[in-house]
Design a protein around this ligand. Structure first.
Ligand code: TGC
Ligand code: FAD
Length: 392
């Protein structure tokens, strides 16, 4: 792969809206991605393997629990810093950002928000340092967009719960020590349970043959009469709103992350357009190529503004789930379109692993599907503005 010479576009001087802390956090994440992710990521994507050696670095840049309080090992940062870290990581690779999103928003967040103090003390510091990795089991083979239909269930056996069922498409599953699993009790109420590797009847087979997120490990979670200690139930929230609340936090991070992927594709295409000569001119001198680049930077700038404003609302505790859905949906589509156009600008070179664009393009096919598909987010906006529910 080519050396990482990325320069971040900031067409509307958005740096002026960031605090010194935001810039320090972002620049540290950016430098780490250049040093420890870019040189290796293409190889790992090609061989479809998660680079486990980057776990410590992810913890050091604050990617595991950026907004979790310092007393639990988190970085104690605000929501804009969290977003900027996700942007920088996804600038390197969406699969690496997935690992961080899952650890922070889908594992640490529910333990912090819905867990008791003993659970927080037991799990959060180890998850923040990367000593333990986590995964989040909501999706099932027959229940993806409609998680409320899940069939994974547990029974109260007096001194423990007995868990049965299966989850599919679970990021980090093949190597996670801890799984936050959503299952129904005997009254059909959804609860979160913390399941640990090594519990009898719990297995995590890896999912192979993915053309997307190849540097992220995906797997199943299978529960065959797993005895879960009663103290592993998250006591402070139940119902579908509990897992969906975690998704709000992860979707917000993805909205920022998608900007990172788009910026990388734009920057690569812009540089290539000045270097690649055809018909005696740099291809960037042709109007058709300028149109592509001008539209890319316009869309990136709009997404940056939308997402920064969402971060402000989130810091104030005012961002709604529907606002988060709009940003996730808009930004991922923006990134996928830019990846496609940028790839064309590189001609044949665009399909090779010499450049990051094809990898981003393939990764974004997962990003537009997970954490709520593009269609589901449109329907969430539709419901919010009309008050009419297309799901029921
Ligand atoms: P609905 O009846 O609308 O709601 C059930 C309860 O949940 C509440 N709620 C929310 N709470 C917090 N945050 C949200 N975003 C919420 N959305 C809804 C709602 O108020 C209600 O509460 P209550 O107290 O009245 O019971 O539920 P529904 O069954 O009609 O479904 C709505 C729908 C389709 C929007 C929802 O199911 C949905 O979002 N589906 C998409 C599923 C999804 O996103 N799955 C993601 C799995 S995890 C993943 O992909 C990780 S990828 C790895 C990585 O991040 O990198
Ligand atoms: P389906 O729900 O079957 O959807 C199929 C199509 O139907 C989609 O186009 C969808 O938009 C459309 N559709 C569905 N319902 C409607 C409707 N009401 N109106 C209009 N169109 C509709 N899940 C986890 O729990 N944890 C994870 O860590 C995780 N990681 C993932 C990693 C990867 C690489 C991938 C690909 C997925 C991951 N997922 C994870 C699962 C992901 O959240 C689901 O794939 C996603 O929610 C969609 O579910 P589905 O694949 O079952 O598609």
């Amino acid at each position: 792969m080519k050396p990482d010479v990325f320069e971040a576009p900031d067409y509307y001087n958005l740096d002026e809206l960031l605090s010194n802390e935001h810039k320090l956090v972002r620049d540290a994440a950016r430098a780490w991605v250049k040093r420890d992710v870019s040189p290796i990521i293409e190889d790992y994507a090609q061989k479809a393997e998660f680079p486990k050696q980057i776990i410590t670095g992810l913890a050091e840049i604050g990617a595991f629990g950026p907004y979790i309080p310092v007393e639990y090992g988190g970085a104690g940062l605000d929501q804009i810093s969290y977003g900027l870290i996700m942007q920088e990581i996804e600038r390197g690779d969406s699969g690496v950002r997935s690992t961080a999103s899952v650890q922070s928003s889908l594992v640490m967040y529910p333990i912090w928000k819905y867990g008791n103090e003993a659970q927080r003390q037991k799990y959060l510091p180890k998850l923040a340092s990367g000593e333990w990795m986590g995964c989040f089991g909501l999706t099932e083979p027959d229940h993806g967009s409609n998680p409320g239909g899940m069939v994974t269930n547990f029974k109260d056996m007096g001194d423990h719960y007995l868990l049965n069922g299966a989850k599919m498409w679970i990021s980090n599953a093949p190597f996670a020590q801890v799984a936050v699993v959503w299952a129904k009790d005997e009254d059909d109420r959804i609860h979160g349970l913390i399941v640990e590797r090594g519990m009898e009847g719990f297995s995590t087979p890896e999912t192979h043959n993915k053309w997307s997120l190849r540097a992220s490990a995906t797997g199943e979670l299978i529960f065959d009469n797993v005895k879960v200690p009663k103290e592993n139930l998250l006591p402070n929230k139940s119902g579908l709103g509990a897992p969906l609340g975690c998704l709000d936090s992860a979707r917000y991070g993805i909205a920022w992350g998608a900007i990172g992927a788009a910026m990388d594709c734009y920057d690569t295409a812009l540089r290539y357009s000045k270097e690649r000569i055809q018909f005696g001119k740099p291809i960037g001198q042709f109007q058709l190529q300028q149109k592509k680049l001008a539209e890319m930077i316009t869309e990136i700038t709009k997404a940056q503004l939308l997402t920064w404003r969402l971060g402000v609302l989130k810091n104030e505790g005012k961002a709604t789930s529907a606002q988060i859905s709009m940003a996730k949906r808009n930004n991922v589509e923006m990134a996928i379109n830019i990846a496609r156009e940028a790839r064309q600008m590189l001609g044949g070179m665009g399909i090779t692993g010499e450049y990051s664009i094809m990898r981003h393009s393939m990764n974004l096919e997962s990003v537009i599907t997970y954490e709520g598909t593009h269609d589901i987010h449109l329907l969430i906006t539709g419901l919010d503005i009309t008050g009419l529910n297309a799901f029921k």
